[in-house]
Design a protein around this ligand. Structure first.
Ligand code: COA
Length: 163
């Protein structure tokens, strides 16, 4: 997971999961309501009721009506369409309820699954931050993607259907 989200720099790098780590996680999620400039939401599997991940609108730029987007699902939530659905839900919320104009994200070149999920929901590639990540001794590009309010208005997260 840390490899895909850019928080690890190699297979030997991940922080150990111990009591202190769990405490940090509880404190983090327990304090999400205290930050009005970002939106952290849990992704819940409707079938089992289990929390399988998180999705976040952060780096709010109020003057330019823009935000960054990120998502991470645990293995139990992956490859069943939940990610794409969660992207559509939070992006729709960002445009329709929060009045955003632009939502952007970064996805590493070694993560075609995430890129595909974003493309299915209507994000388009706008550039590449070359060699942005050093992972296990190799440089990896960070692909910058975005979606704009008029695009959302046109396809509501289903660009293929609108073509
Ligand atoms: C990225 C993530 C949100 C995607 O959500 P998901 O529920 O697993 O993905 P979905 O099932 O909605 O869609 C994945 C799509 O990618 C495709 N895909 C899967 N593996 C692929 C690969 N190796 N290459 C290309 N496409 C791939 C799937 O076939 C599917 O497309 P389709 O519907 O056209 O068949 C989720 O897997 C995740 O959180 N992964 C771990 C953390 C992470 O990568 N976060 C993103 C960091 S930018």
């Amino acid at each position: 997971m840390g490899r895909l989200t850019g928080s690890d720099h190699g297979p030997a790098d991940p922080e150990p999961w111990d009591e202190a780590a769990e405490e940090r996680m509880r404190a983090w999620y327990g304090s999400r309501h205290e930050q009005p400039d970002r939106l952290d939401l849990a992704v819940v599997d409707r079938v089992t009721g289990a929390c399988v991940g998180e999705t976040v609108l952060n780096q709010w730029d109020s003057g330019n009506h823009s935000c960054n987007f990120r998502i991470a699902l645990a293995e139990a939530g992956q490859d069943r369409g939940l990610g794409t659905e969660a992207v559509r839900l939070i992006v729709g919320y960002g445009f329709e309820r929060l009045g955003l104009h632009r939502i952007s994200l970064g996805v590493f070149a070694f993560n075609p699954r995430a890129r595909r999920a974003y493309e299915k929901a209507g994000f388009v590639v706008e550039g590449v931050r070359r060699d942005a990540l050093l992972y296990d001794g190799a440089w990896v590009d960070d692909i910058v993607m975005s979606i704009l309010a008029p695009e959302w208005e046109r396809h509501h997260g289903h660009p293929e259907a609108a073509e």
